[in-house]
Design a protein around this ligand. Sequence first.
Ligand code: S6P
Ligand code: ZN
Length: 183
Amino acid sequence: MFYPITTDLDFETGLLKQFEVKVTRRLSDMKGMYQDEAEFEKKLAENPIIYEVFERRVPLEEGHLVHSVTVINPGKIGKEYYMTKGHYHEQDKTAEIYLGLKGRGYVLMMNRERETTYREMNPGTIVYVPPFWAHRTINVGSEKVVFLCVYPANAGHDYGSIEKSGFSKIVIEENQFPKIIDV
Ligand code: S6P
Ligand code: ZN
């Protein structure tokens, strides 16, 4: 029997005060995901942390809800902003809720027909990622982007489809503003 738990979220930072799982994604974990390959190779020397995920441990079974906080650092590889790898859910009938806590983010979403849309995510924005949509979060600002995620614990992550075919659009900085362009 899994007993109820509480977690303290610090509204100043958006960070969780308790977590059991931490995932750190560095640039080297994102091979092939940035368009500017020369810049990617160059920045590999310092291999910066692009984002981190802090998660409460709950059973990864149907009925439970994973809840975690993602922190994406500000930065760019060439013109492209720091972002998450992005994934479909393995159980692709499962949805997800994001709540923006800090910073300026874009959530890029793509369905299996490769139709792509995005929603801005600022502090207080709730983004609903419906079933069947791959999702990637992009830090389009100059501060950390921090957001809470809640999703079915049996959702799983299909990273392979994105590693293989990418998203059909990318987000770049142009004249100091984010711009979505076709790949
Ligand atoms: C999980 C949820 C988030 C992401 C996290 C990092 O379903 O969408 O917790 O895992 O934002 O992104 P990614 O694409 O590396 O999993
Ligand atoms: Zn997800």
